[in-house]
Design a binder for this molecule. Structure first.
Ligand code: FAD
Length: 389
C-alpha cells in the first residue's frame, strides 16, 4: 500500500490549491479525483469567477481574498497562465430592494468590510453610475459601491495551473479515482479510491457538492446543493462591455428577491457577456441535477432580470451552463474535523462564494494539516460548532 503524508480527495478549486501548497512544502502528497479536473460537473467551471476584497458575506473572509490575490499573481509568474484580471467591481443596491447577496445586508456589510480592512473603494450615486458606467440602467434611488481592485478569475486555468505546479513539486495526482472508503487506522487513515488502497497521516476532503454524502446524517443536512445557471448573451454595443471599461458587477435588483451578477465580454464580442441570477430553487444532488438549460429558461431570465437593467445585452443566447452551489444555513464555510480526530479535515464548497478565497484557503488548510498555525482563517467562524452539531 502506498503511504503519503497527506491525501487530498477532490481536486477542484479547494483541493487543487491544497495539493499544490502541500507539495511546495516538500511533503509527500497524493491528490485524488473521481474525474479529471478542471471539469464541468461540479462548482468550478463557467469561464469566470468574481473576485473582490471587501467581503459582504463576512468581513473575516477579507484577509483570505487579499492573500489569494497575491497567490494568483505568484502562480501566474510561475506558470505563465493568465488567471486574474482587474476590472473593478460595481455593486448596485437600494434601500427599497428586498434582494440581498447570500446574507442579509450584503451591501451595508460590504461597505463596513471595506472600511474595516482599508479596501480602496468609492460610493457612487445614480448620476455618477450612469455617467461612468452607461451599461447599467440604474434607477434614481440606487446606490453603487465601486471597488477598483476587484475583477475576475479564470477558474479552470486556476485549477489547471495549481495541479501543474503540484506535479512539478512531486505530488502524485490520480484522476478517474473515486473515493470508495475512508477509515482511521492505528497510525493514520486508510483511503480506498479507484480500486487502490493508500495510507496517510492526514486527509483533506475537498469534495464540493459531493461532500454531504460523506458526512454523518446530522451534519449532512447542513448543506443544500442548488442548481445555478450561467448565460452568455450577445451584446448590441460591444464597446460598452470591453473589459477595459466594463467592471464585473453584482446587482441587488429592485424587483423582488432577485440578484444578478456578471462580467464584461472577457473573450471579445463574439464570446458575449456572462450574466447569472442566484437561484434559490429546489435542492438537488450532483448525481441527479439537470445540466441542460432549456431555451425558455434563458428567455425568461433575459426578459425579467436582464433586459430592463442591461439594455445593451441582447436576447441572443451564445451558450449556457448549469453549475452547483453547496450552501450552509449561514452561507459560511466549513473547515473542521470530519470526526473526533485531527486526521481528517473537511473543506466545504463555501456556499457559492469560495473561489476567490480558494488559493489562500488551500494554503491555510495545508498549514493546518502540517500542524502549523493558519492565521488568515478565523477558525471559530468555520467550525461545525456554530450550528450546534
Ligand atoms: C454558478 C456559480 C457561480 C459562482 N460564482 C462565484 C464567484 O463569482 N466568486 C467566487 O468567489 N465564488 C463563486 N462561486 C463559488 C465557487 O465557485 C465555489 O466555492 C468553488 O468552486 C467550490 O470549489 P470546490 O473545490 O469545493 O468544488 P469543486 O470544484 O466542484 O471540486 C470538488 C471536486 O471533488 C471531486 N469529488 C467529489 N466527490 C469525490 C469522490 N467521492 N471521489 C473523488 N473525487 C471526488 C469532484 O470530482 C470535484 O472535482 C460560484 C459557484 C457557482 C456554482
Amino acid at each position: 500500500m502506498d503511504r503519503f503524508d497527506v491525501i487530498v480527495v477532490g481536486l477542484g478549486a479547494m483541493g487543487a490549491a491544497a495539493v499544490w501548497q502541500l507539495a511546495r512544502r516538500g511533503v509527500r502528497v497524493l491528490g485524488v479525483d473521481q474525474y479529471s479536473p478542471p471539469h464541468a460537473l461540479g462548482s468550478s467551471h463557467g469561464d469566470t469567477r468574481i473576485t473582490r476584497l471587501a467581503i459582504g458575506e463576512g468581513a473575516h473572509y477579507s484577509p483570505l481574498a487579499a492573500r489569494s490575490h497575491a497567490l494568483w499573481r505568484e502562480i501566474e509568474a510561475e506558470t505563465g497562465a493568465d488567471l486574474m484580471t482587474t476590472t473593478g467591481m460595481l455593486l448596485i443596491s437600494s434601500s427599497a430592494t428586498r434582494a440581498s447577496v447570500h446574507v442579509p445586508h450584503f451591501f451595508r456589510n460590504t461597505l463596513e468590510a471595506a472600511d474595516l480592512h482599508g479596501v480602496d473603494h468609492e460610493r457612487l450615486d445614480a448620476d455618477e453610475m450612469r455617467r461612468r458606467f452607461p451599461q447599467f440602467a440604474v434607477a434614481d434611488e440606487e446606490l453603487g459601491y465601486y471597488e477598483p481592485g476587484a475583477g475576475f478569475l479564470r477558474p479552470e486555468a486556476c485549477i489547471e495551473a495549481q495541479l501543474t505546479l503540484a506535479r512539478r513539486h512531486g505530488a502524485v495526482i490520480r484522476t478517474g479515482a473515486r473515493l470508495q472508503s475512508l477509515a482511521e487506522t492505528g497510525g493514520g487513515v486508510r483511503v480506498e479510491a479507484g480500486g487502490q488502497a493508500f495510507e496517510a497521516g492526514r486527509v483533506l476532503l475537498c469534495l464540493g457538492a459531493w461532500l454531504p454524502e460523506q458526512l454523518p446524517a446530522a451534519r449532512r443536512g447542513l448543506f443544500t446543493v442548488r442548481r445555478q445557471v450561467l448565460y452568455w448573451f450577445a451584446v448590441d454595443r460591444p464597446e460598452l462591455f470591453d473589459p477595459a471599461r466594463c467592471p464585473v458587477f453584482i446587482w441587488e435588483l429592485p424587483v423582488a428577491d432577485r440578484v444578478i451578477y456578471g462580467f464584461p465580454a472577457v473573450d471579445g464580442p463574439s464570446g458575449g457577456v456572462k450574466v447569472a441570477t442566484e437561484q434559490q430553487g429546489v435542492a438537488t444532488h450532483p448525481r441527479d441535477v439537470d445540466r441542460s438549460v432549456a431555451p425558455s429558461e434563458a428567455a425568461e431570465t433575459h426578459r425579467d432580470c436582464i433586459a430592463p437593467f442591461l439594455p445593451a445585452v441582447s436576447d441572443r443566447l451564445i451558450k449556457a451552463a448549469a453549475c452547483l452551489y453547496t450552501v450552509t444555513p449561514d452561507a459560511g464555510f466549513v473547515v473542521d474535523r470530519l470526526g473526533d480526530s485531527d486526521r481528517v479535515t473537511v473543506v466545504s464548497a463555501c456556499s457559492g462564494h469560495g473561489f476567490k478565497h480558494s488559493a489562500a484557503l488551500g494554503e491555510a488548510v495545508a498549514d493546518r494539516a502540517l500542524g502549523a498555525s493558519a492565521p488568515l482563517i478565523d477558525l471559530d467562524a468555520v467550525r461545525w460548532a456554530r450550528f450546534g452539531r
